[in-house]
Design a binder for this molecule. Structure first.
Ligand SMILES: Cc1cc2nc3c(=O)[nH]c(=O)nc-3n(C[C@H](O)[C@H](O)[C@H](O)COP(=O)(O)O)c2cc1C
Length: 315
């Protein structure tokens, strides 16, 4: 058995990424049922809403051990989100957008498996030193928040694999089984897919957002707001507003004022493709349908096997 599958009690070494306003209880449960890690994206959710999604996911799957929460260490309610997740029976926690030192020892003491998201080999080593069980090496292509270093997945994964002894999950720009096979050839123990899972039946992304992914092409996204929190955005009016402001030399405070509150929810959950913030990765150009999670995972497995000679298959 692949060491990552063993660590996370999953059948296939794949993580359905934690995505704010997209990966709620329904998507996470469908992923757990399909044999992969089902991650609820806590984002800036109020603790009560996060508790609701965890309860929903647990009610919809016979495999609660395959559920995880993704908690970006950016918001004031982080500790509360973590505490309630553990109280609700979550045993795998993925932290991002902060230092792995902040919560890893405490989470380990609560009996959790801890994974931290990294965009550099240096930070990956810090994750290992902090006691993380695995790292997610997320490259420049990825949707959502990103590193400032702009290291692509192809360059990042082997560097992280060489830097640490713990399992490395590759993320960023993986949209089909060929991508999964490729990152495993680079030494990753598994793959995390975000953008691909936005366009699934069970994702809570608004239909407009799903359709935007289907009609996107090469060059439809750009990494923006590097002076505040770097994020890869879909090129809509909100993106144009950010671009104009940045060209005028805007600093973090100006960007924060433009962003305001609730932009991501407005775009990704409520479907406002004009004023909303839409986070997607470069691989959206490869996504052309909206399958169920079950069908998607079966297809990913077929594709990754077909991409490798029988003697070189990983699983
Ligand atoms: C819509 C969307 C929302 C995301 N939200 C989060 C988040 O809340 N926390 C986080 O750590 N990463 C977030 N990400 C990044 C994903 O967890 C994942 O690492 C990334 O999507 C992988 O790259 P890909 O989109 O090319 O598959 C988000 C990505 C997307 C597309």
């Amino acid at each position: 058995m692949n060491n990552l599958c063993h660590l996370l009690s999953i059948d296939y070494p794949i993580s359905q990424a934690g995505m704010v306003w997209v990966s709620g209880g329904k998507l996470a449960a469908a992923s757990a049922e399909a044999g992969i890690l089902g991650v609820i994206g806590a984002g800036s959710m109020k603790p009560e809403l996060l508790a609701h999604h965890i309860a929903k996911a647990r009610a919809l799957t016979a495999h609660p051990e395959r559920l995880a929460v993704n908690v970006p260490l950016l918001y004031e309610k982080t500790k509360e989100q973590l505490e309630l997740s553990i109280a609700a029976g979550i045993r795998t926690v993925i932290t991002s957008a902060g230092s792995p030192k902040t919560y890893t020892s405490w989470l380990k003491a609560q009996g959790c498996t801890v994974i931290h998201v990294t965009s550099s080999p240096l930070l990956a080593k810090k994750c290992e030193d902090a006691g993380c069980d695995a790292v997610i090496a997320e490259g420049f292509e990825a949707g959502g928040h990103n590193g400032r270093e702009e290291i692509t997945t192809l360059a990042l994964v082997p560097q992280v694999v060489d830097a640490v002894k713990i399992p490395v999950i590759a993320a960023g720009g993986i949209g089909d089984g060929r991508g999964i096979a490729a990152v495993m050839c680079l030494g990753a123990a598994g793959a995390q897919l975000g953008t691909r899972f936005v366009a699934t039946v069970e994702s809570s992304a608004h239909e407009n957002f799903k359709q935007a992914i289907l009609s996107s092409g090469p060059g439809s996204t750009m990494l923006m707001m590097k002076s505040l929190v770097p994020v890869r955005l879909y090129k809509n009016k909100f993106y144009e507003d950010v671009k104009r402001l940045e060209e005028q030399g805007a600093g973090p405070a100006d960007l924060e004022a433009l962003l305001g509150h609730g932009r991501a929810k407005k775009g990704m959950l409520d479907g406002d493709l004009v004023e909303g913030e839409i986070e997607i990765g470069q691989i959206s150009a490869l996504v052309r349908d909206i399958p169920s999670v079950r069908d998607l995972v079966a297809r990913l497995m077929r594709e990754q096997r077909a991409a490798l000679p029988a003697s070189g298959r990983f699983f």
